[in-house]
Design a protein around this ligand. Sequence first.
Ligand SMILES: NC(=O)c1ccc[n+]([C@@H]2O[C@H](COP(=O)([O-])OP(=O)(O)OC[C@H]3O[C@@H](n4cnc5c(N)ncnc54)[C@H](O)[C@@H]3O)[C@@H](O)[C@H]2O)c1
Ligand SMILES: CCCCCCO
Length: 296
Amino acid sequence: MFTKLCRPVASISFRTVKCFCKPRQLNKYYNIIARANCSASSSFLCDKNVIFVAGLGDIGLDTSKELLKRDLKNLVILDRIDKPELVCELKELNPKTKVTFMPYDVTVPIAESKKLLKKIFDKLKCVDILINGAGILDDHKIEATIAVNYTGLVNTTTAIMDFWDIRKGGPGGILCNIGSVTGFNAITQVPVYSGSKAAVVNFTRSLAKLAHITGVTAYTVNPGITRTSLVAKFNSWLDVEPDVAELLLEHPTQSTKECAASFVKAIEKNKNGGLWFLDQGTLENIKWRKYWDPCI
Ligand SMILES: NC(=O)c1ccc[n+]([C@@H]2O[C@H](COP(=O)([O-])OP(=O)(O)OC[C@H]3O[C@@H](n4cnc5c(N)ncnc54)[C@H](O)[C@@H]3O)[C@@H](O)[C@H]2O)c1
Ligand SMILES: CCCCCCO
């Protein structure tokens, strides 16, 4: 499975390469062509167009800053947070990358998501990577948690398939979804949040297995406890543990900068089906144990 680049790069276009190469060779030539566009020391991310949902949050902002060291062509940040001063700060970081902000609430109807994405695709003509990072942590807000952390991510993902799905003539694409370590092993006192993150991990693993049909590869990045405003104080389900945040923050944590460094390294590895564990500044692709497989 090769990840298609979504636009001609360097002087040789995708079409030219496609005419002369067998599919299994294309990936090799895409990377060669992409590098022709970027300096030898550049990353997989050089010259790419990236949409980052929640790119202004605590993890999001440091990850956006880290991404801007990789000479992206475009970074389009979609977020509910509207902080022009943060966007201005990001715009100043790298003249090679155009940073754009558009307000977006992931809980809007999917038709709204498609309208917004159409504006972006009309402008950029193509998008290589979508990062879905929106999340809330408050187990008093059951419907909101599921709406933001899961339904919002699924709808945004489903919406971009109109533009990426190779069965519709799309170029394919790359999905990076922010799950959580709680998607592997719950924080028992926040079962709603943990369950929403387990759903993100499970949904994304299915998408990775469907990549041969859709042309869209997918993986999750799953931070451990990262010191952000999200985790400073939050409600447990039915108040089973009013001090859940304080108790958890006694355990080893990481900074947003450490998380961001691992986050972008995982994106650069670009592994379809990746289950990336980003804890205490480390990065590990974990093996998911198979207990049952319908084998269809
Ligand atoms: N901090 C941690 O320990 C930790 C660990 C694992 C996963 N995560 C996940 O990482 C992501 C970022 O969390 P953070 O710790 O930086 O907290 P944060 O509160 O700073 O970031 C949350 C982000 O989600 C956005 N968001 C929330 N509701 C939204 C909506 N309806 N529409 C669009 N955007 C919305 C916020 O605007 C913000 O950008 C979340 O998905 C969170 O679940 C955090
Ligand atoms: C301190 C609790 C951190 C919970 C967020 C993990 O996704």
